[in-house]
Ligand binder design. Structure first.
Ligand code: CDP
Ligand code: ZN
Length: 164
């Protein structure tokens, strides 16, 4: 095989928290009085996962593949973008071994939804949900996250070459 057997990638994303939008995180619609601004469904967690996958594969970032000025992506479920990222790495002979994610949000509480988010992401990526880990943290009321102006997410993934 040419090239490394393992490839690591990281992703980070931020969206503004505003009234009048649904809050979708990890494919879960969370009951909350505000949601994330964005061209797609603005699922900041899934965007960070996509960026980590693309980064590991040396394929740039989500904005290059799915531009936010492309009308075909307006309101699209970010899970569809995630599936496209998965297809890209599979075509290059890699699978995701595991991922670890952080959601940075002062509000709302993420922990009641973490398991279902992990299951959603694992299902789309055709991987074992035990290898998808989601964590959450506030920023102790500091900065734009702490002031409830936005939510951020970060992800690290490990890709492993598929050996036939
Ligand atoms: O991160 P740290 O343990 O310093 O404290 P925290 O930010 O207050 O988070 C305490 C717990 O709440 C952690 O176990 C997080 O997983 C959880 N949490 C959450 O469910 N939703 C958030 N928006 C923030 C934190
Ligand atoms: Zn995003």
């Amino acid at each position: 095989m040419i090239g490394p057997a393992f490839k690591i990638g990281t992703g980070y994303d931020v969206h503004a928290l505003i009234p009048g939008r649904d809050l979708i995180l990890g494919g879960v619609k969370i009951d909350f009085d505000r949601g994330l601004a964005g061209h797609s469904d603005a699922d900041v967690l899934v965007h960070a996962v996509c960026d980590a996958i693309l980064g590991a594969a040396g394929l740039g970032d989500i904005g290059e593949h799915f531009p936010d000025n492309d009308p075909s992506y307006k309101g699209i479920s970010s899970m569809i973008l995630l599936e496209k990222c998965q297809n890209m790495i599979k075509a290059r002979g890699f699978k995701i071994s595991n991922m670890d994610c952080i959601v940075f949000a002062q509000v709302p509480k993420i922990s009641p939804h973490k398991r279902i988010m992990e299951e959603n992401i694992a299902r789309v990526l055709v991987m074992d949900k035990n290898f998808v880990n989601i964590k959450a943290t506030t920023t102790e009321k500091l900065g734009f996250i702490g002031k409830e102006q936005g939510i951020a997410a970060q992800c690290t993934v490990l890709l492993t070459a598929i050996r036939e």
